[in-house]
Design a protein around this ligand. Structure first.
Ligand code: GLN
Length: 308
């Protein structure tokens, strides 16, 4: 009965009310100064169904900085272009280290543990640049096409802000380059990475644009981006790696493949049903939205929707 739109609207309303006390809790991502200037009291939650209906509550139509949510779409495009050989450059194993850690990268000879760590996302960017000369442009075109919103763009002030504070990501990129795991010049790879993180989108559009993950790799226009198997593999990688060192806790609390970003967004995939996107800027110590994770937990408990 939860497929009925009226019930879904009720669940969204109840979830919003339940997690209200958590909105504004946590910290803003102040290592990118532009992100610490946002109003922490914002919260939005949207569900885009497999067929493309959108249900939402709160600020679900307000654009925010997608940050690491970009890693899901960029990796999907890189996997679509490269096929299986991409797994020679990036793994699909969880990491117990923070998303921007250098520790494991040297131990693993410049092969990032998974595509959702910063190092792994730099690989996706590098692969897309080798194919298209740019990563952010094909990504932006894809996001526009899948969401139907042709205004999606890079927020230049956020990109500038990250560019001025990118020593750690530069270190990751140079370390990978030293192992021969980047083909393009480090400054160009970094620039594309920073710009893709600075794309600005709403929960509404992010959820719509991720529907290929619940459509067995099929895009909004009916063409195929990925094989069913590869779509499954991205979902599996999100489940294991998408919430960084909190992936286990998130699987326990919510039980859905998901990906977070330090702008406060979290994407979660509900197989056969749709994609959830939640946003609230306050982050926990792993860089995951406090109110966002709580809302996904409340939603999954109210609906019984999970992969388990
Ligand atoms: N642009 C951010 C960074 O590189 C993305 C991190 C994130 O969202 N987890 O640090």
């Amino acid at each position: 009965h939860l497929d009925a739109a009226a019930d879904l609207e009720q669940v969204l309303y109840d979830v919003h009310r339940e997690i209200q006390p958590l909105i504004g809790q946590g910290q803003l991502a102040d290592y990118i100064p532009a992100l610490s200037a946002v109003d922490p009291q914002q919260f939005g939650l949207a569900l885009a169904t497999t067929s493309g209906e959108v249900h939402g509550i709160g600020d679900y139509q307000l654009p925010f900085s997608i940050q690491s949510l970009s890693k899901v779409y960029a990796f999907a495009l890189a996997l679509a272009a490269d096929g299986e050989t991409i797994w020679e450059r990036v793994g699909h194993e969880a990491s117990t280290h923070p998303f921007n850690s250098l520790l494991q990268l040297e131990h693993d000879h410049g092969i990032p543990r998974n595509p959702f760590l910063n190092a792994g996302a730099l690989v996706s960017v590098d692969r897309l640049m080798s194919r298209h000369g740019s990563a952010v442009q094909p990504l932006r075109e894809f996001l526009r096409a899948e969401s139907g919103n042709h205004n999606i763009d890079v927020e230049k002030s956020v990109a500038e802000s990250e560019r001025a504070h990118c020593d750690r990501n530069a270190s990751l990129a140079h370390l990978m380059a030293s192992y021969g795991n980047l083909d393009n010049p480090v400054p160009n790879v970094l620039d594309n990475y920073i710009e893709q993180c600075a794309l600005t989108m709403s929960c509404h559009d992010l959820a719509l644009a991720a529907r290929f993950l619940v459509r067995g790799g099929v895009r909004a226009d009916g063409t195929r981006l990925l094989s069913t198997d590869n779509a499954k593999r991205i979902n599996a990688t999100m489940l294991v790696c998408g919430m960084y060192d909190q992936a286990g806790a998130f699987a326990f609390r919510v039980g859905l493949p998901a990906k977070s970003g330090v702008g406060g967004g979290v994407l979660a995939v509900v197989p056969n049903r749709g994609v959830l996107c939640v946003w609230s800027p306050g982050l926990d110590r792993s860089g995951n939205s406090v109110a966002g994770v709580a809302a996904l937990e409340a939603f999954s408990l109210a609906t019984g929707w999970s992969v388990f």
